[in-house]
Design a protein around this ligand. Structure first.
Ligand SMILES: Cc1ncc(COP(=O)(O)O)c(C=O)c1O
Length: 378
């Protein structure tokens, strides 16, 4: 890892590259392909098994509830989340997706300095800029993207809040628990709060929810965990997430949240989603079966693949292929023309388009991806 400031091209880049995954229309247009061009979408990191089947009926049945305001404190949803994680409801703030949680955290530190580990999810920087936090970027280096704790700490002088993602989007790497424990001890000593985005933690291979830092909350009052119900339950349109933190921190975040930020139908789904142990079990078994197969297969295709701990892979053509002109940009376009959409990395700081991110999908789709990759990499 090279500590300290890095040049940051994210966002200004790339008006012609959409800033998030799952936007095929913009990319088809960019490459002159018709709207009807068939696409298998590997660009959004969503659980391919979801949403759970009962969700559609539950939403239909709850339409009448739209005639009422949601309970302003979302007590029922917060109690369900608290019971699920073994914390108190006062340690939970329900949010309009993980994205709102990020912006509320940035608002809490307005006027102070933030550090962001990169490459990382672009919304941390956008939220910090929106709330006028000067940002120090802390760059992880290819090809392993491992965190060097000493270099990180050297960059945290005068920093009030550090943002990182675990497992990290887009690298799919997981900072080891022992490193996180050391990081939390050292940041406590210098008065720097730590925000860990756990949007993908439920889909950590082997460990699942056990990879969460929730058990560390009790001993680390400067730790805030951001959660999203989007990825695991395949509900990007629903907009539900939450923050887990000490109750004092939750109160100061809530000050910045508009009233009724989460709609009634979404809030009512929280408890039944968390109760759905069968869906969680199916997801774990899909992940633990498909992930090792995909990891091994990608390596045989002539790709550099970052060691992945979750439901996506960061990859690029290896040196030999790149020297022959087969860059990630070329691969991206070939895949798209063959009906496979992966995530470009033009707006991830430090990647700048050199890699592509590939989501793990169901067995049939994964097989098709591997076949098309074969054709595109020769
Ligand atoms: C790391 C990370 N955090 C948070 C989010 C936002 O999640 P949500 O859809 O719940 O707002 C995303 C979405 O892509 C993400 O990748």
């Amino acid at each position: 890892m090279g500590g300290g400031k890095v040049s940051y091209k994210a966002e200004q880049c790339v008006s012609h590259w959409p800033s998030h995954g799952g936007q095929p229309a913009a990319l088809l247009k960019r490459f002159g392909l018709p709207d009807a061009h068939p696409i298998e979408d590997f660009s959004a990191n969503l659980n391919p098994l979801g949403p759970p089947e009962w969700v559609a009926n539950a939403l239909t049945a709850s339409i009448a509830s739209l005639a009422h305001y949601p309970a302003p404190d979302y007590r029922e949803a917060r109690e369900a989340i608290a019971a699920y994680h073994g914390v108190t409801p006062e340690q939970v703030l329900l949010t309009n997706g993980g994205a709102e949680a990020i912006f509320l955290v940035a608002a809490r530190y307005a006027g102070k300095r933030a550090a962001i580990v990169t490459p990382g999810f672009g919304e941390y920087a956008r939220a910090c800029r929106a709330h006028r936090l000067p940002i120090t970027y802390i760059a992880l280096s290819a090809p392993t993207f491992e965190l060097d704790l000493d270099a990180l700490m050297a960059s945290l002088k005068d920093i009030s809040v550090l943002f990182l993602c675990r497992p990290n989007n887009p690298t799919a790497t997981l900072i080891p628990l022992s490193t996180m424990q050391a990081l939390l001890a050292r940041t406590a000593a210098i008065g720097c709060d730590v925000v860990v985005d756990e949007a993908f933690v439920d889909m950590t291979v082997e460990e699942g929810e056990r990879a969460s830092l929730t058990p560390l909350l009790a001993d680390h009052p400067h730790l805030l965990l951001l959660r999203s119900m989007t990825k695991f339950y395949t509900l990007p349109g629903l907009r539900v997430g939450y923050v887990l933190a000490p109750s004092v921190a939750i109160q100061t975040l809530a000050v910045h949240q508009p009233p009724w930020s989460v709609n009634q139908m979404a809030a009512a789904l929280v408890a039944p989603l968390l109760r759905d142990a069968a869906f969680a079990e199916q997801t774990r078994s899909w992940l633990n079966q498909q992930h090792p197969l995909m990891a091994a297969s990608l390596l045989t295709k002539g790709l550099d693949v970052v060691t992945s701990t979750t439901n996506f892979f960061l990859a690029r053509p290896n040196n030999t292929l790149r020297e022959r002109g087969l860059t990630s940009n070329v691969l991206f376009e070939r895949l798209l023309r063959n009906g496979i959409l992966v995530r470009h990395t033009h707006n991830f700081a430090g990647l700048d388009g050199d890699w592509v991110r590939i989501a793990l999908r169901g067995a049939t789709a994964n097989q098709r991806l591997l076949k098309v990759l074969n054709d595109c990499l020769c």
